[in-house]
Design a binder for this molecule. Sequence first.
Ligand code: 6GU
Length: 226
Amino acid sequence: MRIDIITVMPELLESPFRHSILRRANEKGLLEVHLHQLKDFGLGKHKQVDDYQYGGGAGLVMMIEPMSACIEFLKSNHTYDEIIYMTPDGTTLNQSTANELSLSENLLIICGHYKGIDERIRDKYITREISIGDYVLSGGELAAAVLVDSIGRLIPGVLNDGTSALTDSFQDDLLAPPVYTRPSEFDGMKVPDILLSGNDGKIEEWRYQKAIERTKKRRPDLLNRN
Ligand code: 6GU
């Protein structure tokens, strides 16, 4: 998969993709993330990318010409499955959206700043608008990092243990069960016997019951979906 990201703050996105799972995805040739500085397409000698909003009001708006030039440049080289705008008024990201997007070949992600982007960019280019939750971030970059992480780890071969993405919280609308590692006893607190029993069938059943228990208690809304 190839993901292009348009941003005025590429520095903010460099580190998340240089570490951990996303770096491994890149090293295995499974995911390429390319950052594009919008200001390279800015207007005039100051490389302007934002301006006052029509009708008045505080806050700058990202202009259509630099964004359009950048998008057209990228579109002339790649065919995108989706052109995504990160925005708090988008559809809230969930696991099923991440699953769906992980099947893409090419994605283009646009990070907004200030008051947002000129509405005509949305009308002309954007195929999907995604929010990562009901709170406001200063820009779309951190949200884009969250989106790319959620997608990248689902690409087949990215995780070493192919089954592990499938047992994550939310993957089957259940939260994940509790997990333990050594030592088997700490400060009088013992790991549940069943996990030391070696009985795979019983362990699987225990995990499923705990997942249901935890979901009922913490996120009953997940059980009532569909
Ligand atoms: Cl995608 N962008 C911004 N600026 N704030 C957000 C968001 C996105 N998702 C939640 N809050």
